[in-house]
Write a protein that binds this ligand. Structure first.
Ligand SMILES: Cc1cc2nc3c(=O)[nH]c(=O)nc-3n(C[C@H](O)[C@H](O)[C@H](O)COP(=O)(O)OP(=O)(O)OC[C@H]3O[C@@H](n4cnc5c(N)ncnc54)[C@H](O)[C@@H]3O)c2cc1C
Length: 483
């Protein structure tokens, strides 16, 4: 690959002239609990974001051979790239990013593009139950600060932002008292201006989701084009001197006398410190600190052809705000800038099952249940990806062993579009030793194991974990639709 020295944003950087092409096909059945790595140089998923982002930016090609690095980041999604950006900007550290497949190949080019003022899957009231009011208030401030971090990062990235907040739509009347209570808590205790709308207001002034029994509106929330954002982060990181090596999976890891030796197919990197940013694509064998610490969950997403003006009117789409519903296995949806509808929700449990047509059919039926006027509309893009859910539903940005220069930022539970930017900043702080304000529980403890000791110690843990997931999905379905 040719290379040249260029001046970008005042920073001199060695850049290659083209993005590294795929050397292997996309694997729709990849499963992090089964496969040892996510592949080597695999092509992107067929997401709308990849289909419409334009060509990926230049990168630094596969790792050229044995190398030394002060800091290695494993994974080139939003988390890995923002960590590298903050390391360079705030601490002058130019990290080396190792990516198994094409750049930002995982969740970051597959999500719903919904940037919410959230981190993990718990509500504010649940934070209070878990940690008490003082910590819950500080956790809220972390999310508010995260929104600011995110907004300042996207200011100079052309990623089609759709601001206006987040409409959390009650999928049936029974959940409205809970929403009213949460909104009161948000306003009075967290000083966060949440509003309650009745069903008529939602349907007449926002969107005619026929299931809507009302909604909670929160002021923060931005829809973005995930592919353009990922590529924007990549360009910014490289302009700051970060090296990004696609097709360079970490396939082996040894730590001797405090130094990490990361094996890849083309050479070994000898690293002083390592940040793990592998999201829902973290394999069981990547590092012992992470084995059985995450529950990867599949989510699928589809995008229709552009809606006609009469279809937009029939669905009364008056907002382009980000929308979710109140199901435990929630739907996330919105009207995109080119008038297509994007919608996503839970998918299969295993990678093997993910490509089965029935999961796309189910999501299609869910879409039509909300928007009957769209019955028969064609789907232009359909894809899925692995969400990193932690066993206590909250992320961790942490150094799991004080005597080892190893750090991770994982477990956002489907709320990582915004929070990955703040987590990247926090991960950079850990790596640079700037830890004075890392005092929330999510910065002070490891990703927990599930709370069933015998399963943890069992060789058959992964299948048991999935049995539990099957049971939970059935239970959530009954809770969402029947009881
Ligand atoms: C379908 C779907 C919808 C979602 N929707 C939303 C949403 O609307 N809003 C929201 O806030 N969040 C959403 N999320 C979550 C969000 O996309 C992520 O939290 C966010 O992109 C941050 O991802 P990440 O950088 O941590 O991980 P990823 O983007 O997954 O990046 C991890 C990278 O690590 C690489 N990797 C793994 N193992 C190795 C190895 N051994 N060596 C080298 N590289 C390795 C992978 O190839 C991958 O590219 C969604 C996720 C999915 C899957």
């Amino acid at each position: 690959m040719e290379s040249a020295t260029q001046e970008i944003s005042g920073v001199e950087n060695e850049v290659s002239r083209s993005p590294t092409p795929a050397v292997d096909a996309y694997d729709p059945a990849y499963d992090p609990l089964v496969d040892a790595t996510p592949g080597k140089g695999r092509d992107y998923s067929p997401s709308y974001w990849i289909g419409t982002a334009g060509a990926p930016p230049e990168d630094d090609g596969p790792l050229p051979g044995d190398t030394d690095a002060d800091v290695v980041i494993v994974g080139s999604g939003f988390t890995g790239l923002t960590a590298a950006i903050f390391l360079a900007e705030n601490y002058g550290i130019k990290a080396t990013v190792l990516e198994a497949n094409r750049t930002s190949w995982g969740c970051s080019t597959r999500n719903g593009g919904q940037a919410q003022c959230a981190s993990g899957r718990l509500k504010r009231s649940q934070w209070i139950e878990r940690w008490g009011l003082d910590t819950a208030l500080r956790m809220h401030q972390e999310c508010v600060d995260g929104m600011e971090t995110f907004k300042s990062l996207i200011k100079n990235i052309d990623c089609d932002p759709q601001p206006g907040g987040h409409l959390y739509i009650a999928h049936r009347a029974k959940v409205m008292p809970g929403l009213v209570k949460e909104a009161q808590l948000l306003r009075k205790t967290f000083n966060y201006d949440a509003q309650i709308f009745d069903a008529q207001t939602v349907k007449e002034q926002y969107v005619n989701d026929v299931e809507a029994a009302g909604a909670l509106h929160e002021p923060e929330g931005i829809g973005i084009h995930a592919g353009k954002l990922a590529f924007g982060y990549l360009k910014k990181a490289r302009a700051l001197g970060v090296k990004v090596h696609p097709a360079s999976p970490v396939t082996g890891w040894e730590t001797r006398k405090g130094i990490h030796y990361l094996q890849t197919p083309h050479g070994t990197v000898k690293a002083q410190s390592v940040g793990i940013a592998t999201g829902g694509y973290t394999s069981q064998s990547l590092h012992p600190q992470l084995k059985n610490r995450l529950l990867p969950i599949l989510s699928n997403s589809m995008v229709t052809r552009p809606l006609t003006p009469s279809e937009i009117e029939a669905c009364n789409f008056r907002t382009t705000q980000i929308l979710t519903d109140t199901r435990v296995l929630r739907h996330y949806y919105r009207l995109l800038p080119d008038n297509r509808l994007q919608i996503g929700s839970r998918s299969a449990i295993t990678g093997f099952d993910a490509p089965k047509q029935k999961y796309e059919d189910k999501l299609y039926a869910d879409m039509v249940r909300k928007f009957p006027a769209l019955q028969g509309i064609s789907i232009d893009y359909s894809w899925w990806g692995w969400v990193d859910v932690s066993h206590d539903m909250m992320p961790r940005i942490f150094q799991p062993n004080e005597s080892e220069t190893l750090y991770y930022a994982l477990g956002y539970g489907g709320n990582g579009v915004m929070y990955s930017a703040q987590a990247g900043k926090r991960l950079a702080q850990w790596i640079a030793g700037d830890t004075k304000d890392l005092n929330l529980p999510i910065f002070q403890s490891r990703l927990p194991y599930p709370n069933v000791k015998e399963f943890i110690e069992s060789e058959h843990f992964a299948p048991f974990r999935r049995l539990g997931q099957r049971f939970l999905y059935r239970w959530y379905h009954l809770k969402d639709e029947v009881f």
